[in-house]
Design a protein around this ligand. Structure first.
Ligand SMILES: Nc1ncnc2c1ncn2[C@@H]1O[C@H](COP(=O)(O)OP(=O)(O)OP(=O)(O)O)[C@@H](O)[C@H]1O
Length: 227
């Protein structure tokens, strides 16, 4: 199975039957092969978060299917979806959501412990990931002692901690100034390329989108190939 993510004919409507009913996804199809990095570009309110939540198994569509690594998880029980999220998916958000009372290393160790990895192996992996994003000298700092760009690098490492198949990112550098955003985005892309990861990365920044393998525009509930 070479396709890491398959979304088939996704439909999603909010407030069905009410005056404020809104259909956000209208038969949306999306296939991401292994190793492909896809930019998701959408005007505000077009349904980018809705799609990321459904692809990330945090929400369910009204109809259609979501397959991760060939497995249909659309109607799977909660425990199975949670396990798939932990083992197969990595998430990065606009704001890092790191645990403030833990160091950079610990923030990357904890999800691995939850996945059954030994502390020693988890620490080794955390330190290796942090070194690869230029954070070797700041591993024991808590998030509050790190810059915004550094915090986001830690968040990238945490997303990759359990060796996911697919990275889902929502404006991963959106809260950084333009120069830091470019640098930190290049760090993320380096990490993604090194690990052969597939990714769906939402961004409003067309320069960043152009650095990815494929650009998809979400418009009127479906995806169109862009530049
Ligand atoms: N839980 C919900 N209940 C009702 N309407 C919702 C809900 N979640 C989202 N919507 C509506 O669905 C539409 C798409 O929302 P979504 O958050 O997916 O857009 P978005 O493209 O991520 O927007 P932004 O870029 O501004 O975050 C919006 O009109 C939003 O108001």
């Amino acid at each position: 199975m070479n396709d890491v993510l398959i979304c088939e004919q996704l439909e999603k409507c909010y407030n069905r039957g009410k005056p404020n009913e809104i259909t956000v996804l209208k038969g949306l199809d999306l296939t991401i092969p292994k190793g492909q990095v896809v930019a998701l570009v959408a005007p505000s309110g077009a349904g980018k978060s809705t799609l990321l939540h459904i692809a990330g198994l945090l929400d369910t569509p009204d109809s259609g299917r979501v397959l991760i690594d060939g497995e249909d998880l659309t109607g799977a029980r909660d425990g199975k979806r949670t396990a798939a999220r932990r083992e197969k998916l990595g998430f990065v958000y606009q704001f890092h959501h790191l645990l403030p009372e833990f160091s950079a290393v610990e923030n990357i160790v904890l999800p691995q412990l939850a996945n059954g990895v030994s502390r020693k192996a988890a620490e080794e992996r955390a330190k290796d990931l942090l070194s690869r994003v230029g954070m070797a000298g700041r591993m024991d700092h808590r998030p509050s002692a790190l810059s915004g760009g550094e915090q986001q690098r830690v968040a990238f490492c945490r997303a990759l901690a359990n060796g996911p198949s697919l990275l889902l990112a929502d404006e991963p550098t959106g809260n950084l100034d333009p120069t830091t955003s470019d640098t930190v985005f290049d760090v993320l892309m380096g990490l993604v390329r090194e690990t052969g990861l597939s990714a769906l990365i939402a961004t409003h920044n067309m320069e960043l989108a152009a650095k990815m393998d494929r650009v998809l525009h979400l418009d009127n509930g479906a995806l169109e190939e862009g530049i």
